[in-house]
Design a protein around this ligand. Structure first.
Ligand SMILES: Cc1cc2nc3c(=O)[nH]c(=O)nc-3n(C[C@H](O)[C@H](O)[C@H](O)COP(=O)(O)OP(=O)(O)OC[C@H]3O[C@@H](n4cnc5c(N)ncnc54)[C@H](O)[C@@H]3O)c2cc1C
Length: 288
């Protein structure tokens, strides 16, 4: 089923994000995890794409098997940085042959060790170029990334949201946000882009905090901010993995409850391939 159909639902849509394991780890590990996640009847499971396409084959295989073996809809993440149009044609054909109906279309980050990488020299400069291309070439549902705090590469937040509006106008069915921990930022973002004419569903990406070192690293990489209550929580529980995990799950439950009370279109749970994290968060919530 295409994303546009999925989000016609009148109840909030639950979805999960998983990532392909490292090449030396058997795929069956992640396929077992999918079996666990299926228990929660997600509307789809998305599979991330390793930086620079490093996990391409595994992303496609996992997304394909999620559908084929588990009967759950899937979304394959896909980045266009450094790709030519003819390479993209091959990837889109591969996705189609593998029965994948939905793509989360992204620009991607600069290659590692090339901080001065010039995106403007590529055949695809922005995610909007990829979205336009997919719309012309294939019959896919298309999701795109959004940033409640603005993308870290854009100096002005209002400029980033103008770019987002342009991207949506290229043919996006749904926006999924980068993680955030202060819902007020999301509400401000959502209200602002709605006023700018963005009409597609806007789904918060939620990553429950389960380890203080890991979350500090993730935030430093993606540029999302740490609100004071999360900082206090990390100071208080960060020394004990068990206490941190419990506090992080509790925080995610409150965060999602609040988002649901404000009528979000769905919740995209980034559970870092930890099914127990999905279970502990979801059991604290009414059916999402
Ligand atoms: C939900 C989600 C899932 C993700 N999954 C992955 C993944 O699987 N693999 C991966 O490698 N990365 C992933 N990322 C990270 C993403 O690749 C990076 O954040 C990347 O830096 C930007 O990608 P984008 O698609 O948002 O880019 P774009 O939408 O192209 O935006 C990139 C920057 O360019 C600016 N911009 C856009 N259009 C224009 C224009 N016309 N003129 C000037 N400036 C412009 C934007 O304001 C922004 O600063 C994900 C991010 C999110 C939020």
């Amino acid at each position: 089923m295409k994303l546009s159909e999925i989000y016609k639902s009148t109840v909030p849509i639950l979805s999960f994000e998983v990532f392909p394991p490292k090449p030396e780890v058997p795929l069956e590990n992640v396929m077992g995890l999918i079996g666990n996640l299926k228990e929660y009847s997600p509307s789809f499971i998305s599979v991330t794409y390793g930086a620079g396409g490093s996990s391409r084959d595994r992303t496609i295989e996992i997304a394909s098997r999620i559908k084929r073996e588990h009967g759950v809809e899937s979304v394959a993440h896909l980045t266009c940085v450094g790709q030519t149009r003819s390479e993209m044609d091959r990837i889109l054909a591969d996705l189609k042959e593998n029965g994948i109906s939905n793509i989360l279309a992204l620009r991607g980050d600069p290659p590692r060790n090339q901080p001065d990488f010039d995106f403007l020299r590529g055949e695809f400069k922005y995610a909007s170029d990829l979205i336009e291309y997919i719309r012309q070439k294939g019959n896919f549902g298309i999701a795109a990334a959004a940033y409640a705090e603005g993308h870290r590469g854009c100096r002005y937040i209002d400029k980033d949201w103008e770019n987002l509006k342009r991207k949506v106008d290229c043919g996006v069915d749904v926006l999924i946000t980068q993680l955030f921990y202060d819902n007020r930022l999301f509400y401000h973002f959502r209200d602002t882009v709605r006023k700018m004419g963005v009409k597609v569903p806007i789904v918060p990406g939620i990553m429950p905090i389960f380890n203080s070192r890991q979350i500090r690293r993730i935030l430093s990489l993606c540029g999302a901010s740490m609100p004071p209550d999360v900082l206090i929580m990390l100071d208080k529980y960060g020394e004990s993995d068990q206490d941190m995990y419990r506090a992080g799950v509790e925080y995610a439950i409150h965060q999602i409850q609040d988002l649901m009370s404000e009528g979000v279109d769905g919740v995209h749970l980034e559970i870092m391939n930890k099914p127990e994290l999905a279970e502990d968060v979801l059991k604290g919530l009414p059916r999402v």
